[in-house]
Design a protein around this ligand. Sequence first.
Ligand code: GTP
Ligand code: MG
Ligand code: ZN
Length: 319
Amino acid sequence: MAKPGRAAFTPAAHNSGKAHHDGLVVASHGRHCLVETPTGERLICHPRGKKSQAVVGDRVRWQATEDEGTIEEVLPRRNLFYRQDEIRTKSFAANLDHVLILIAAEPEFSEHQLARALIAAEAERITPIIALNKSDLVEPFERAWAKLAPYRRMHHGVLPLSLKASGEADYASLMKLLSGKSTLVLGPSGSGKSTLTNLLVPGATVLTQEISQALNSGKHTTTSTTWYWIDEARTTGLIDSPGFQEFGLNHIEPMQLAGLMSDIAEHTGDCKFYNCTHLHEPGCGVISNVETPTHAGPISASRYRIYGELFAELSQTRY
Ligand SMILES: Nc1nc2c(ncn2[C@@H]2O[C@H](COP(=O)(O)OP(=O)(O)OP(=O)(O)O)[C@@H](O)[C@H]2O)c(=O)[nH]1
Ligand SMILES: [Mg+2]
Ligand SMILES: [Zn+2]
């Protein structure tokens, strides 16, 4: 029997117009995307209609047309990692095991955006990994490391990296985490996402910032989301994505927030009222555990402030 991936390219399958094949979406460019067959061939596919709009990481059923293909069906997703603001929804990728949030000593990262990306991952039950890159830049790294204290105390911790200066040492610790999994690498522009891809993916030559600066080609070096295989057996997937600035959480209900911030969620069981917003209620288990200048507490002041600001923002955009 012909392998499923090959059959698409035979005239018989083409003429019958009926053969459906399995595929994995490995890149998306606006409406059309690149689909990889089980045997490793890649072809451009167009969605049949709005319903078959696919994102990277999607498993699809496709049909051959001329030398390209049509996506007939997007198979049910395990999860979909996306952000949403007032204007639009932007999907990053589907069917993920991890979101690796890569930030760096430089450029300075926004704690707000980090907190938002973590909440979006928790909402889809995707395991987050936080890594802080550029440990060779000693002083900015120390500042960033200190700023991350509340995140270092959380269950996922923070992994220090120096992808350019001592990538070899990072290789082993990263492989241990990522092996056999599908991981989306996410983070602000310039944090080193493509440098990471080049380190882990044999033969990858993804454009990184110093080269794009030399070519003078704009602020974001990477402009589309792309899936790479780390191993030849194609069991470990790594997805490079363009840097983001604003991470909209319009799809989250304000009352869901506390449950999606693990350091805060730990204390919601102690609240006097079941529908506590943790903003002002008496007997609130969250408020009593927030650190103050005179009282050390397990919830950092900055995390609690972010909670309050997000709660207000999400309450406003409901209507
Ligand atoms: N000092 C230092 N620089 C690094 C390190 N890792 C990456 N860089 C540099 O940081 C710059 C940005 O790296 P990229 O990999 O292009 O960043 P990116 O996250 O892919 O950026 P976008 O594609 O724009 O989102 C490049 O000049 C890298 O060489 C590191 O460990 N230390
Ligand atoms: Mg990049
Ligand atoms: Zn409370």
